[in-house]
Design a protein around this ligand. Structure first.
Ligand SMILES: [Zn+2]
Length: 306
């Protein structure tokens, strides 16, 4: 693949992530994209891992979120991130005092390279079972080749051990994670929910898979330009209804930017403690804002199609 292709691909992907920003101006898109090259620096910049709740930890980079769920029967890792990320994730797990080899299950937010390209390496090292939402399985097993938007951009394929369906539970030890299919961004985009305790009180956790319409996604059919995939607009509509209906106390997502992670982390370190992750109002506002952005883009495309 020519490097120009990789570069434009990277810029598109960068947009996908920065479109998630609730508070970041769009002007950041172009300036960040220009300095992107092989990767957004925030995707590869390490940050110290930290505890979110009793058995839930952040082991990702400054923006690419990976989560470790610790149970007596072994651990669950959510998001393998970039092809280069496993070393950072392994180091973060060790820094917390846990063992990389205890990762028994690997999950992802969705089948894009910034969340799943490291899977093959992590599975090779840990022998974790890979569990992926049905409609994302062909994409991860083809190393991205079967993605509807970016079929020419490849990463190491990884074999899926368990195909998940909407509402399936992933259980390990005393922990249950529920896979909610929230398609549109990818066909099998997955929002994870679970329960944790913070300060001795039970909390509903939501880890948003993605809610963004990437540059170049076609939501409507036009003559000679069919939608990115049949039913994509209905999928987004369904996704926003699902997200709006999920009970959420602890608001998390596939990128730190989704839930204003760095600002909350700062407050946590300044003495607010783990309560900073409890943000039901922020969650509702973010879902509403992203839905509005989707509807605006849908309207724009519908008007263009006329
Ligand atoms: Zn994505």
């Amino acid at each position: 693949m020519p490097s120009t292709s990789r570069n434009s691909y990277s810029i598109r992907r960068l947009c996908l992530c920065f479109l998630a920003l609730i508070l970041t101006p769009c002007s950041l898109l172009s300036s960040s994209a220009q300095s992107f090259g092989p990767g957004n620096p925030a995707w590869t910049t390490p940050i110290a891992p930290f505890k979110i709740a009793d058995n839930l930890y952040y082991v990702g980079s400054k923006d690419l979120a990976s989560y470790l769920v610790v149970t007596p029967a072994g651990d669950i890792l959510i998001n393998s991130s970039l092809e280069s990320s496993p070393a950072l994730i392994e180091k973060s797990i060790a820094q917390l005092g846990f063992r990389y080899s205890d990762v028994k299950i690997l999950l992802i937010s969705h089948a894009h390279f910034d969340h799943d390209a490291g899977s093959a390496a992590i599975i090779r090292s840990t022998h974790a079972k890979y569990m992926v939402m049905d409609a994302d399985v062909p994409v991860v097993e083809s190393g991205g080749a079967k993605d509807f938007a970016y079929p020419n951009d490849h990463y190491p394929p990884a074999k899926v051990d368990r195909v998940l369906h909407d509402g399936d539970e992933v259980r390990l030890g005393n922990t249950i994670l529920v896979a909610h299919k929230t398609p549109g961004h990818t066909r099998g985009c997955t929002t994870w929910t679970t329960h944790v305790n913070i300060g001795g009180k039970p909390q509903n956790v939501v880890i948003v898979g993605s809610w963004n319409v990437n540059e170049g996604f076609r939501l409507v059919d036009r003559p000679g330009h069919p939608a990115s995939y049949p039913g994509i607009a209905a999928d987004y509509q369904h996704t926003f209804a699902v997200l709006m209906g999920l009970p959420c106390d602890v608001f998390l997502g596939a990128h730190g930017l989704y839930f204003d992670m760095l600002a909350k982390l700062q407050r946590m370190k300044s003495g607010a403690g783990e309560n900073v992750w409890i943000d039901p109002a922020g969650y509702k506002a973010a879902v509403a804002e992203r839905e509005q952005a989707y509807l605006t883009e849908l309207k724009r495309q519908q008007n263009t199609a006329r």
